[in-house]
Design a protein around this ligand. Structure first.
Ligand SMILES: NC(=O)c1ccc[n+]([C@@H]2O[C@H](COP(=O)([O-])OP(=O)(O)OC[C@H]3O[C@@H](n4cnc5c(N)ncnc54)[C@H](OP(=O)(O)O)[C@@H]3O)[C@@H](O)[C@H]2O)c1
Length: 164
C-alpha cells in the first residue's frame, strides 16, 4: 500500500471552503503546510488547483485530477481518475492529498495518515471535509494554540495515523 496522507484545515463543523477559497488566513498553518509537503507529491482536484494563488506549488510534484480528457495542466501531472492518481503516487515516499472536498472524500479510505488543523470556530461554507470515524485513528501529536498572535481563532494541529 502506498503512503497516502491527507492534509487539511477544518472548522468546527468540518467546513473547509467557500466560493473556491479558504475560510481563514493562518500564516503559521500555511508555513507548516509548505514545510510538511515540500519535496513530496501533492495530489488535488481541479478546483483546488485553480484556487491556488501561485501554481503549481513550488518544489513539489503537483498531480491534478480532472474528468476532462482534453485538459492538461502545465508543469503538473494531469490524471483523470482516483486510480490514476494512486498509480502516479510515489511508491515509497509520503504522498499528500491536499483537497478539496470531492477529492478528500474519495481518498479517505486510502489514507493512512491525517494532518488536521482544527480551527475551533464556525464559518459559513459550501465545501466540507467528510465525517471522520475517529475510532479508526490514533492521535499521535497535538499542539493547541489560543486565539492571539498566530491566529484570531483558537486552533490545534492534530496528527493521526490509521489503526492497524
Ligand atoms: N481547508 C483546506 O485545507 C482546503 C484544502 C483544499 C481545498 N479547500 C477548499 O475546497 C474547495 C474545493 O473543493 P471541491 O470539492 O469544490 O473541489 P476539488 O475536490 O478541489 O476538485 C473537484 C474537481 O476535481 C475533479 N475530480 C474529482 N474527483 C474526480 C474523479 N474521481 N475523476 C476525475 N476527476 C475528478 C473534477 O474536475 P473536473 O470538473 O475538471 O472534471 C472535480 O470537479 C475550495 O473552497 C477550496 O478552497 C480547502
Amino acid at each position: 500500500m502506498k503512503n497516502i496522507s491527507i492534509i487539511v484545515a477544518i472548522g468546527q463543523d468540518f467546513e473547509i471552503g467557500k466560493d473556491n477559497q479558504l475560510l481563514w488566513h493562518i500564516s503559521d498553518d500555511l508555513k507548516r503546510f509548505k514545510r510538511i509537503t515540500s519535496n513530496h507529491m501533492v495530489i488535488m482536484g481541479r478546483n483546488t488547483y485553480l484556487s491556488l494563488p501561485k501554481r503549481p506549488l513550488p518544489n513539489r510534484i503537483n498531480v491534478v485530477i480532472t474528468d476532462n480528457k482534453e485538459e492538461k495542466f502545465e508543469d503538473c501531472v494531469t490524471v483523470y481518475s482516483i486510480e490514476e492518481a494512486i498509480d502516479a503516487a510515489h511508491a515509497t515516499d509520503e504522498n499528500f492529498i491536499i483537497g478539496g472536498a470531492m477529492v478528500y472524500k474519495q481518498f479517505m479510505a486510502h489514507a493512512n495518515k491525517l494532518y488536521l488543523t482544527r480551527v475551533h470556530q464556525n464559518f459559513d461554507a459550501d465545501a466540507f471535509f467528510p465525517k471522520i470515524n475517529f475510532g479508526e485513528w490514533d492521535l499521535i501529536e497535538q499542539e493547541d494554540y489560543q486565539a492571539g498572535d498566530k491566529c484570531k481563532y483558537p486552533f490545534s494541529y492534530m496528527t493521526y495515523t490509521r489503526k492497524s
